[in-house]
Write a protein of this length. Structure first.
Length: 420
């Protein structure tokens, strides 16, 4: 049973409305009547009303002002209002909707039309209430989650759970939107974490993350109150929107990155170790074969390094290794691969042809020869270089570079020799 409130200053109009509403076959409605806006508002505060039929022309407080009062009250703002008006001009009709009316019916009204309008808006209100309950239920479920859950269009955060708002100390989503904007703006630019500088168009960040997730986890770093937090991202596509989850893995991630770094980098020089180099060079060989391209492989060896350790001690030897590393980094590019091969040997893979590779190696050799080292003062290096060939295996390429290095050492050291 639905409760309908009829507000009209004329008793005859109320009588007609009540008669029409109560004569429905299944007695669907309980009807409350009020002869003024004030009397209607009193009923609204005491009874649960599902729909209001409201006259426009009334003394003291007209229907438009009454509707504004109803819509301004939290308890009554969602009740649908159908205006009953004798005026058919556009200004009146526009005003009906402007003040919050759901519909209007002209006087004298057709009973069937009025009942259909009432039935439609009651059903529509029920659907809205159901949708609101479903949204509230969904939001409650999301708010129970400790990880951040966000709905976004890749630009603005459209929905978020309480965990996200609490993390940033905001009471409402509006506050977050006003102060933070796109969540990706908060990602810190730092390797190996994902950030907006990795994409040309900031609005394409979601698509980039989706692609990266096909191969590996995507981590982001956020700083709040001078403390760093690391999150793993997951993304689901829902029509034109994206559901993003962010799980705090700060403790796990830091430990994992430390393990990964220890496994892949030389502890002394902080460049790639031999194991990591082997993985990278295999990938490089695969790409070169696929693209029918080439690259240069260089082995450099510090001359008389055992003598350095024997004369000055191992700490001096470590210092030389670090200084050689720093000098080599200055002569290669970001995409080149640089690793400690073992002991006093280093390897470099250069994206260049053999002529350019020889020039780079020779320039590095001269700079090492001219440099004044901290303890030992003077050091030289010998180089063996070779160019990758189409049917090369890693072993064959290393063998040629080794032979060139042996030639450089046996012919007097402090020189670059190229494989035949």
């Amino acid at each position: 049973m639905k409760n309908i409130l009829c507000i009209d200053d004329l008793a005859t109009n109320l009588f007609v409305l009540e008669s029409v509403l109560k004569e429905t076959e299944d007695a669907l409605y309980d009807v409350f009547v009020a002869k003024s806006a004030h009397a209607g508002l009193d009923i609204l505060l005491k009874e649960k009303i599902d729909l209001i039929l409201l006259d426009v022309m009334m003394p003291d407080v007209d229907g438009f002002l009454c509707a504004k009062m109803i819509k301004s009250n939290k308890k009554t703002k969602d009740i649908p209002i159908i205006f009953i008006t004798a005026n058919k001009d556009d200004a009146t009709i526009e005003k009906c909707y402007e003040v919050g009316g759901s519909d209007y019916v002209n006087k004298p009204f057709n009973s069937i039309e009025l009942l259909n309008r009432v039935s439609f808006h009651l059903k529509l209100a029920d659907k809205k209430r159901l949708i609101t309950k479903e949204k509230e239920f969904t939001q409650s479920v999301l708010d129970l989650q400790d990880n951040f859950i966000i709905v976004t269009d890749a630009n603005q955060v459209l929905h978020a759970n309480k965990a996200l708002l609490n993390f940033f100390s905001f009471n409402t989503l509006y506050d977050f939107q006003k102060n933070m904007g796109c969540i990706a703006n908060l990602f810190i630019k730092e390797e190996p974490y994902f950030h907006l500088n990795l994409v040309e168009n900031s609005l394409a960040w979601i698509d980039e993350v989706v692609e990266r997730l096909k191969e590996r986890d995507v981590l982001v770093k956020i700083v709040r109150d001078f403390q760093e937090y690391i999150f793993t991202l997951k993304i689901a596509i829902f029509h034109d929107y994206y559901i993003v989850t962010m799980t705090d893995v700060t403790t796990i991630s830091v430990r994992s990155l430390e393990y990964e770094h220890d496994a892949n980098f030389d502890s002394l020089t902080q460049i790639y170790n031999r194991n990591m180099f082997n993985r990278l060079i295999e990938k490089k060989i695969y790409e070169a074969r696929l693209q029918k391209s080439s690259f240069v492989f260089v082995i450099l060896d510090i001359d008389f390094f055992k003598k350095v350790n024997d004369t000055y001690g191992h700490l001096a030897g470590d210092s030389v290794l670090k200084e050689i590393t720093a000098l080599t980094k200055e002569h290669i590019r970001v995409n080149d691969i640089f690793a400690r091969w073992g002991g006093e040997e280093f390897v470099v893979v250069l994206d260049a042809d053999i002529k350019k590779g020889f020039e780079i190696a020779e320039s590095l050799r001269k700079n090492i020869e001219c440099k004044e080292f901290a303890i030992v003062k003077n050091i030289t290096c010998s180089f063996g270089i070779t160019e990758f060939r189409e049917k090369d295996s890693l072993e064959r390429m290393i063998k040629r570079a080794d032979e060139s290095l042996y030639e450089a050492k046996s012919s007097g050291r402090n020189r670059v020799c190229q494989s035949k």
